[in-house]
Design a protein around this ligand. Structure first.
Ligand code: ADE
Length: 249
């Protein structure tokens, strides 16, 4: 997969792109991330990328030309079929959206700074607008990194064992179960016995039950599409299920 990022701060990406699973995915060519600076597509001496908003008001707006010219420079390496603007106005990012994007051959991520981008960029270039949550960041760079990291984990071969993707929070729509490592006893707290005994069926069931317990306590809204076994485990937990949301009547 190829991800092109349009950003005024390419240097902000480098440290994160080097480390861990993502760093290895890039090294092994399972993913390509390329950074393009719209400032390199300005034609005035001061290399201006923003301007004051028509109609007045505080802040600055990113101009159309540097962004669209930067995108045009990718023709031939990126299909420009999926151009995502990071913005608090977008649809909210989650694991399902990460999986959806990971299925694409290429995407472009546009990081805005200032008060946003000229609306005509959205009209002419952007195909999708994504927010990483209901708060306002000073720019889209950290949001783009969130997307890149979550998407990269979903690409075949990136995470060493598919099992660890499967035990990630949200892979099966639930928060992840607790994990333990050595020592078996720490300041009076013991690792649950079932995890020490090597009975894989029992371990799987325990993990599912604990995932249901934590999800019920913290994010009951995620308890949807439950299996027979899930309902049984929830009953064992004495959990009351949230009433399903009513369809629009
Ligand atoms: N840019 C500013 N705030 C943002 C957010 N919440 N998500 C994505 N991009 C942003």
């Amino acid at each position: 997969m190829r991800i092109d990022v349009l950003t005024l701060f390419p240097e902000a990406f480098m440290p994160m792109l080097r480390i861990g699973v993502l760093g290895r995915a890039l090294e092994e060519g399972l993913l390509t991330v390329s950074l393009t600076n719209p400032r390199d597509f300005t034609h005035d001496r001061r290399r201006t990328v923003d301007d004051t908003p028509y109609g007045g008001g505080a802040g600055m707006v990113m101009r159309c030309e540097p962004l669209t010219e930067a995108a045009d420079s990718l023709i031939g390496v990126n299909s420009l079929e999926h151009v995502v603007l990071l913005s608090p106005r977008g649809r909210v990012f989650n694991q399902q959206v990460a999986r959806e994007l990971a299925g694409l051959r290429d995407i472009v991520l546009i990081c805005a700074r200032y008060e946003g981008v000229d609306e005509r960029v959205s009209q002419q270039l952007v195909t999708d607008e994504i927010s990483i949550g209901d708060y306002v960041l000073s720019g889209g760079e950290s949001a783009a990194l969130v997307l890149i990291e979550a998407i990269s984990r979903m690409l075949p071969g990136v995470v060493g064992s598919w099992e660890s993707v499967e035990t990630d929070s949200f892979f099966h729509g639930l928060l992840g179960p607790p994990q333990y490592t050595r020592p078996p006893q720490f300041k009076g707290d013991n690792v649950p016995q079932v995890l020490l005994e090597g009975n894989h069926a029992a371990i799987r069931r325990w993990r599912r039950k604990e995932a249901l317990r934590v999800t019920h306590a913290r994010r009951p809204d995620l308890l949807q599409q439950l299996s027979e076994e899930d309902l049984e485990l929830l009953a064992e937990l004495g959990a009351e299920l949230p009433t399903p949301e009513k369809e629009n009547e």
